[in-house]
Design a protein. Sequence first.
Lengths: 257, 358, 292
Amino acid sequence: MSSARTLSVKNLSIEFGGVHAVDDVSFDVEPGETFAIIGPNGAGKSTIFNLISRLYEPTNGTIHYGGQNLLDLPAHRVVSAGIGRTFQNIELFEHATVLQNLLVGRHAHMHRNPFSNFLFWPGVRKREIEHREKVEDIIDLLEITQYRDERIADLPYGARKNVELARALCAEPTLLLLDEPASGLNNEETDDISFYLDDVKHDLGVTLVMVEHDMNLVGQVADRVMAINHGKLLAIGSPDEVRENPDVQSAYLGVTE
Amino acid sequence: MQFLFKTAYNDDIRFLAKTGEKVRVSIVVIFLLAAPLFLQDYYLAELGLLLVYAIAGIGLMLLTGHTGQVSFGHAGFLGIGAYAHSVLLTVGFPFLLSILTSTAIAGLVGMALGRSASKMHGFYLAIATLAFGILIETLFGEWSSVTGGHMGYAVPALQVFGVPLTEVWQQYYVDLLFALFVVVGAANLFRSPTGRSFVAVRDSELSARCLGVNVEWVKIQSFGISAAITGLAGALLAHHLTYLAPDVFGVLESLKLLLMIVVGGLGTILGAILGAIVISLLPVGLSFLKGALPPAIGQTAGLEPLLFGMIIVLVIVFEPAGLYGRWMKIRFFFETFPYYRKSSFVRQKSYLKTERMR
Amino acid sequence: MLPLSDVVHLAITGVAQGCAYGLIALGFVLIYKATEVVNFAHGEFMMLGAFAVLTLSEALGWGFWSSFLVGCMAIAVVGYIVDAQIMRRIIGESQASIFILTVAFGFIFRALAGMIFGWNARSVDAPFDGKLVVGDMIEINYDRLIIIMATVIFVIAIRLFFRRTRFGVAMQAASQNQLAAYYMGIPVKRLVSATWAIGAFIAAAAGALLAPVTQVDTTIGFLGIKALAGAIVGGFGSIYGALLGCILIGIIEPFADYFLPGIKGVSAYVVMLLVLFVRPEGLIPQTYQKKV
């Protein structure tokens, strides 16, 4: 879809009132790969996402994406740099339809002038139609046509997960942060998600970074895995390497040295 | 039940998709256009006033209903529009320029308030806007060199391009013209990026931000547009009042505007219009009720505020989606007849969704 | 310039007035912490309290303190019913609706009070006449002094209640996480209603104590809005913050009325807006970043 770039995180740290939620973590995500972050609850996985999407201000460290310093950007500019995201506890616009949600997904690409919008000049309509074409492509890709005009509040949980993924894709990101894409889904729905993620990766060429607990899913889709605990990096490598790592095993099994 | 087969993107953009909607809206518009032919002057003037309140309601609806920012001080903008328009007319501005300027002034004040309000949440915003309303009212009273203070301010007669439009029907058409303009404009907003970003900010600031919405700027915009529309309504209202006094634009008026949109149904333009109808019919219904009740109760001084309060309580408790929600249910009933079930619109159980963790 | 004795006098009056605001704000903060509802009708609880105590002592000829106790209890029951019957039903609705709902209660209470107790302002004979004079500077009427004392007593009582009693600790738990508290077997609904009752009780007490100082009519509930402004200035998060803000507002008000007659009566709001411009979350912020 567009040129892929490298996400490069160096010495990232953040403190909340003395608690080191993320402590000196560094990693690179190469263009086109699928990178998974694993760790026990409270390990700081989502915090890393929130730092990348600029919702939190790091106490230390740098985040670059394709040579651009993300720390120079306010949160609402991150998506224009090519980074989209989903949320652990789905954050959709509850009282709007699926279609409207997806159109907000295109916000970063939209020309928005309240005056011309108020008067709905012909140019506005022309651009609306162009954006709607893009949105329909995503709707087809993720097969959510039957929900198109439903309000989010009326959707089942699994469908909401799909819609959120779709909304993030509407922004045409080159890198997608997925916060527990399979949480709360049954086996069948998890299989569907891994199938869709495969499409996203290969058809759209999007680099994927995901936080996930489901090790099966991680094993299926991830090229590399990073394990963290207590905000500290434990291991980076292929899924098998990380699974064999003694530190990771003790973190998960609760064995302390 | 009518199914829509969408074959073009314009099918989603178009305002009125279903035949029933087209028929209903046409009937209303024709009725409004033809009203001077069969309505007496008194009722026509009331209808004009209703349209003005519908405009003000839409203004507040954009902010509170669609962007989720509560304002307890919107009568302040109504007042700014009214006073600015009257003062400019007195100074010698032509009507159109004056109304545009006063709309713009209200909009700018709205943006200024929005700039500080964009950082506030929930009731901080409510109480700040309430204070704004109280202070604006005080300003109208104290700045007597311009506003005439508590003595009041006479509004110059309505005339456009030197043609006096003082007949009731002429004024009515002026109101109708602006009302249609605002309704269509507001509806336009919601089929374009600006309106969608409003709704996004209301439903989830967090994900709106992550999708590229500049949340603070959207709030400022929303305050600005909302204040401008309400200011426009104020300018039109001035001609209905013919004499401006500060207390007309006090806290009670702000509450009346809020009552309108809550009773009508938050988050829909139709709700603002339905609310305006309720507000206009309320005095009529009350006087009817007073006559029907035994004098001992009917003549009591507190009856009006009591009923005012009780209507709000009943609507919010039993129909939180307002008249609009009721209307949707009725429509759904007929469209799906005989399959309507009570559970179609059942409310989910809910627990406190904390605002402290925004 | 004002002579010093006047300054002292205004300041003392201000502190007393601020404490009255503080008493009302106490109820605001309690209810807010428990339910995140800002009860815009809270001032009306105060107004009802004043009327109830007044009526009991006038009509039934009871002594001040017994009518005080019974009147405040009655208003507490009203508070409990308001939550149990109405507020409970609309949890989860939009904030705008909830604000409007409480405002509507204000309308209903004012109208009912007017119908029952009459629309004319009534004055109350102070059961505590006279004033305390210390030196040649400080003098304070007993009726004002008693408001200050009541504030101190209520604050201590509430503190002990939340720290020492099972009930109070459970209330705190429920205010931090309703769902979790519910799962732990805490009767959240009843606790919330009880919080409303306590808030209403304190407001009614404030009204009853204020009655000898000001006249009583249906509009004294609007003091509640100023109490709210004061609570915001100090910070809604803590009882002490709110109280401090209210006293600050109480002190500023008489001076502002004297030096800036143009903003007579609205200086509290000016101060609040100024504070909010500098610190949008009040002096002591209470909102945190939502966890995602």
